[in-house]
Ligand binder design. Structure first.
Ligand SMILES: *Cc1c(COP(=O)(O)O)cnc(C)c1O
Length: 407
């Protein structure tokens, strides 16, 4: 495989929609659609070439646990969209989070993390890392003093999601990055809920961004995937790369190909879903009689983080959460009755899909972490998360209203 025709970032001046379609292309036969290199390894012209490749003197491919042409095309396209100097694809979002933590940290190091995290992220920093001698302090992500006070001389990583899954808590990324840097730590942001379309954590001062590509990037519920991106080349070459190459969280070239193709339409899909989500959230928030106690959406004036969200995000995203009213038992019964009455929207745990999805986080995605950790981050019995898809807004609204009426 020759590297002389590898227009990695085809034209750095193209705008994002063009980059999403044109960057990362490395044509072998002038094919129009990106090729899929479903191969585990690569052969060499000579023993000397094999030797040179392993020594890093010849830049070709070796083995798909290290790199693969299709995976590399996905990584290049996503890095271009994110404004990152490097990207590594992983088998899932959790492989990206776990590899970042274990690749960068050693026993004795310390993490300061926002409390409001996806259940499996909470497991990685709250249980797995401590088991390996890496301590984690959880803070209220919206409280900047708490970040400052939790930092220690051993702190290496600050970690957050904004908006968080599922409570949609907004954290001031720029302010937390400054605190992290003042303490000699780096900031890692899980940007799944915002997607690269609406929020660019690296531009706000974050050092590493992690994604579950399973969500908005695929956007059609087909494959698992993840990505780690950054601008500091030393973090990649000295720390993350050896971890990724030797422990094997590599993305399958097939999944990378699906994601590469779906990046072409991500901007259009995510913008359409976010416009629909804002409309639905506004209508839900304006209901005069409903079984809801609260509606959360980052761009609603009633959201406590609304001002920061508008500063650091282009749109409010594709997720809405709402809390049913009543005591714990009553609120959960209402949430279940609502989910069971939905005729169009699916009950599922995925998000960022073309199909709208309703989730009860307490009994599914956040089931494992225990009631105390759940309540700390607002995962109450009455909380329902809606991932808004690409259906017609009026059909979704009709489904919600008939489900409310049937409770
Ligand atoms: C889904 C999700 C992940 C994990 O991604 P997978 O691809 O399912 O492994 C991590 N963080 C957040 C915020 C998520 O929503």
């Amino acid at each position: 495989m020759s590297n002389d025709k590898k227009p990695s970032t085809a034209n750095a001046n193209w705008r994002p929609r063009t980059q999403a379609i044109r960057s990362g292309i490395n044509r072998a036969f002038q094919e129009t659609s990106e090729g899929l290199f479903l191969t585990s390894s690569f052969s060499y012209d000579s023993a000397e070439q094999a030797q040179a490749r392993f020594a890093g003197e010849d830049k070709g491919f070796i083995y798909s646990r290290y790199s693969n042409p299709t995976t590399e095309a996905f990584e290049t396209r996503l890095a271009t969209l994110e404004g990152a100097s490097w990207c590594r694809g992983t088998a899932s979002g959790m492989a990206a989070v776990t590899s970042t933590m274990l690749g960068l940290l050693s026993a004795g190091d310390h993490i300061v993390s926002s409390r409001a995290l996806f259940g499996s992220c909470r497991y990685v920093v709250g249980e797995l890392c401590p088991k390996l001698g890496i301590e984690t302090s959880f803070v209220d992500g919206a409280d900047l003093d708490a970040w400052e006070k939790a930092a220690r001389s051993e702190t290496k990583i600050f970690f957050l999601e904004s908006p968080s899954n599922p409570g949609l808590q907004i954290v001031d990324i720029e302010a937390v990055a400054q605190i992290a840097h003042a303490h000699g730590a780096i900031l890692v942001v899980d940007n799944v809920f915002a997607s690269p379309v609406f929020q660019k954590p690296l531009a706000l001062g974050a050092d590493i961004v992690v994604y579950s590509a399973t969500k908005h990037m695929d956007g059609q519920g087909r494959v698992l995937g993840g990505a780690i991106l950054g601008n500091d080349d030393a973090l990649l070459t000295d720390q993350l790369q050896p971890f990724l190459r030797n422990t094997g969280p590599a993305i399958s070239p097939f999944n990378a190909w699906v994601l590469l193709k779906s990046l072409e339409t991500m901007d259009l899909r995510v913008n359409a879903a976010a416009d629909c989500a804002l409309e639905l959230a506004t209508r839900l928030d304006g209901l005069t009689s409903s079984p809801l106690a609260r509606v959360f959406y980052p761009f609603l004036d009633s959201h406590p983080g609304c001002e920061i969200a508008r500063r650091q995000m282009k749109k409010g995203g594709t997720l809405i959460t709402m809390e049913f009213d009543g005591s714990a038992d009553v609120a959960q019964a209402r949430a279940f009755a609502f989910l069971n009455a939905l005729k169009l929207v699916d009950i599922s745990n995925n998000l960022g899909d073309a199909k709208s999805i309703a989730t009860h986080p307490r009994t599914t995605t956040h089931h494992r972490i225990g009631e105390e950790a759940r309540l700390e981050q607002g995962v109450t019995p009455g909380l329902v998360r809606i991932s808004v898809g690409l259906e017609d807004v009026e059909d979704l609204w009709e489904d919600f209203t008939q489900a409310f009426n049937s409770i």
